[in-house]
Design a protein around this ligand. Sequence first.
Ligand SMILES: Nc1ncnc2c1ncn2[C@@H]1O[C@H](COP(=O)(O)OP(=O)(O)OP(=O)(O)O)[C@@H](O)[C@H]1O
Ligand SMILES: [Mg+2]
Length: 349
Amino acid sequence: MAVRLTLNGRPYTSRHNNSIHHDRHGPLPARAQPAGPPAAGPVRGGPVPLPGARDVEAPEGGDRRRRVAAALAELDHLVGLGHVKALIYELHAFAEIQQRRREANLAAEPLVMHMTFRGNPGTGKTTVARILARILKEMGVLSRGHLVEVERADLVGEYIGHTAQKTRSQIQKALGGVLFIDEAYSLARGGEKDFGREAIDTLVRALEQHRENLVCILAGYRAEMEWFLLQNPGLRSRFPIHLDFPDYTHDELLAIAEVMLARRQYRLTADARARLAAYLRDLPERGRRDAGNARTVRNLIERALRRQAVRLVQGPYQPGREELMAITAADVEAALRDEGPPAQPPLYN
Ligand SMILES: Nc1ncnc2c1ncn2[C@@H]1O[C@H](COP(=O)(O)OP(=O)(O)OP(=O)(O)O)[C@@H](O)[C@H]1O
Ligand SMILES: [Mg+2]
């Protein structure tokens, strides 16, 4: 089966975007950029043994490609994030081509896929990491394709030796998948004596040791991430890929709300849509740390579903199929009333 890559519903053509940065250690040398549409054309032949997949049996080629295509389709269904999708398609194409080069006895570049995801809360970082882990698994680059999400408290211990042990145990859990470290810069905040440093050193060693079967993603605010990588050159050189997750526009947030509802087999009435659009327009400007994000929308939608349920249960007659699906302006209004005061933006010094 041919794997046709689509980007926002259209065949994907690789093109560079300024918000994707590869430094000179990057895994995508110019000669290996996927050529345009579709990036990975029809694939001939049987099962392909894939890089780094020594401990997994190569599944039937057709099945594997179908599963890769399904994971890529899941990525494509995310609203917006064009440059994130483009980079992941490139990684996919690159892994595929390196494998075919290996089969043709040509030199193959190692796949170094450690990366940073930089953006505000609720901009899709964890969601994309989870899908990426699945794609890499289906491609045989990772053997398990799971995501282990950790933060400082999961890595840093309370006494000498404790930190290395805690960090190693999280790395062990993540082998074969993605180790996703939220707010990684908090590991470097405490100064020279802080145990966070020990966690970073342990991590740097592990990235080298397990580079065939572990992808590490550092996630968090952009400025802090840049600061963090400047603190530790060992770390910087091991993270060749940097991806920005911009705040969603108001239109994207509305589209995300509709996707979330459709997935649950609900839909907005025209009035409800207008009410939600008006609310989203009033959210803080993009680029602020308290700007609207997809999680705010999800919470709002979930409250609206509960409000609809109460309205229908209390109604005078049995709701029909259409009513069971419809979220009205009154439901949205009630969900907005429930929201309470806007959350305070986190404090940073
Ligand atoms: N582009 C998108 N399309 C559809 N749903 C999205 C999109 N981005 C995020 N979401 C949804 O929004 C919610 C929050 O996303 P996610 O947890 O990935 O954000 P995050 O960047 O990891 O946030 P944080 O930094 O707070 O951990 C999830 O329910 C996710 O499914
Ligand atoms: Mg997250």
